[in-house]
Write a protein that binds this ligand. Structure first.
Ligand SMILES: Cc1ncc(C[n+]2csc(CCOP(=O)(O)OP(=O)(O)O)c2C)c(N)n1
Length: 376
């Protein structure tokens, strides 16, 4: 049995908790969807990364004296560690907050390779951070007790307390919000056009989530190997720096990064470093769908910011845009011919096939294929 997001939200609001900040997660997607639909913008902010969430929650507490909720996938704990221990910790500013953590890779529950280690060390990490926690079960009165305990602890100790959420705790919530921007191009179709245009010696570094899954399936569908590709299955937001590291050291090869808007925003500073390094063989393609599609379509600020302007001001030499098949076919050729660093924003509609698979080769096999390919 799973629990209802509205009922969970009510338990928190009964305790005076009415501010939520975080980065979405698949384990929490139904709850994230519910608060995205129902809370006004001053009570719910989706931020760039989990460290920022801890910091924003700290500012909220300083200004209101109230207890915020910071939600995240356990993958985001790493991003949150520094502000947790050097800002919110009782040895520093002692800021109370409730962490709502989605537990991917829970021991004994089958999950993707990038979640295994984080799943294993989630509770030990909280122990090491000296953050007490409750793992929520699916009984509402137990959950109510855990929330009460969290409130008492955060108030008494002025410190963070974590509620850990297992897979399938929340019952399905279907968002009622209709996207305002209608886009024509599907990302999978765009990946096909890009893949068909690239040269066989080019390298592709793809971002976390559905983009890497679609690239993997593109190769499978054409009976190609996977040696050209590095799938950034975890490490969200870092695909462009992986690509930069390869581009700087393989100057005779063209290196393409297939990025996502949520991922690029998570570590936006990376674009400044790419611009400053000026690798002429670096081609940055950003699929902007305005949402965190891979974990439930929660909005990003991708459609509100000027990615092309950011790329230009960071020092990218060529900046391009496509939002339909015809423009993409032309712009991908221009990108190929451009001197890097070059940037192509592709506006795509959210959505992917419901039968989209996951990589069937292991990360270490993929690494080996790519390493062999890079020395050719
Ligand atoms: C540090 C970290 N935080 C959160 C996640 C969960 N997560 C995986 S993919 C994803 C969304 C990525 O959004 P975007 O880059 O826009 O790509 P899209 O899913 O829309 O294709 C999130 C939040 C994660 N893997 N790592």
């Amino acid at each position: 049995m799973s629990i209802n997001s509205q009922a969970f939200h009510q338990l928190l609001s009964k305790q005076g908790v009415d501010f939520f900040v975080g980065v979405p997660d698949s384990t929490l997607k139904d709850f994230c969807g519910y608060i995205t639909d129902h809370l006004p913008p001053n009570q719910h902010i989706i931020v760039a990364n989990e460290g920022g969430a801890i910091a924003l929650a700290s500012g909220y507490h300083l200004a209101t004296q109230k207890i915020p909720v910071v939600y995240m996938q356990n993958s985001g704990l790493g991003n949150a560690v520094n502000p947790l221990i050097s800002l919110a910790d009782p040895l520093v500013y002692s800021i109370p907050m409730i962490l709502l953590i989605g537990w991917r890779g829970e021991p004994g529950v089958k999950d993707e390779p990038q979640h295994v280690k984080q799943g294993l060390i989630t509770l030990p990490m909280l122990d090491a951070l000296q953050i007490p926690y409750a793992v929520l079960d699916n009984n509402m009165s137990n959950i109510e007790n855990s929330i009460q305990q969290a409130i008492i602890y955060t108030r008494d100790k002025n410190a963070p307390y974590a509620l850990v959420v297992r897979k399938n705790l929340f019952e399905k919530y279907v968002s009622t919000k209709i996207p305002t921007v209608q886009l024509l191009l599907q990302r999978e179709q765009a990946i096909g056009i890009i893949g068909d245009t690239l040269n066989p010696m080019d390298i592709v570094v793809s971002t976390t989530g559905v983009t890497s899954r679609e690239l993997f399936e593109y190769r499978e569908a054409r009976n190609q190997g996977h040696e050209q590709d590095f799938l950034t299955v975890g490490s969200m937001g870092h695909a462009s720096q992986i690509a930069l590291g390869i581009a700087l050291n393989k100057s005779t090869r063209q290196v393409y990064c297939l990025d996502g808007d949520g991922a690029a925003i998570m570590h936006l500073g990376s674009m400044a470093i790419i611009g400053a390094q000026k690798p002429i063989n670096f081609k940055h393609i950003l699929f902007n769908n305005g949402v965190h599609e891979s974990v439930g379509n929660q909005p990003t600020v991708g459609m509100q910011i000027d990615f092309q302007g950011i790329a230009r001001s960071c020092g990218y030499k060529t900046v391009l845009m496509a939002d339909n098949e015809v423009s993409l076919r032309a712009q991908i050729i221009s990108l190929q011919e451009a001197t890097g660093p070059a940037f192509l924003e592709i506006r795509v509609a959210p959505g992917h096939r419901s039968d989209l698979g996951r990589p069937t080769t292991s990360p270490q096999e993929n690494k080996q294929f790519l390493s062999n390919f890079l020395i050719q």
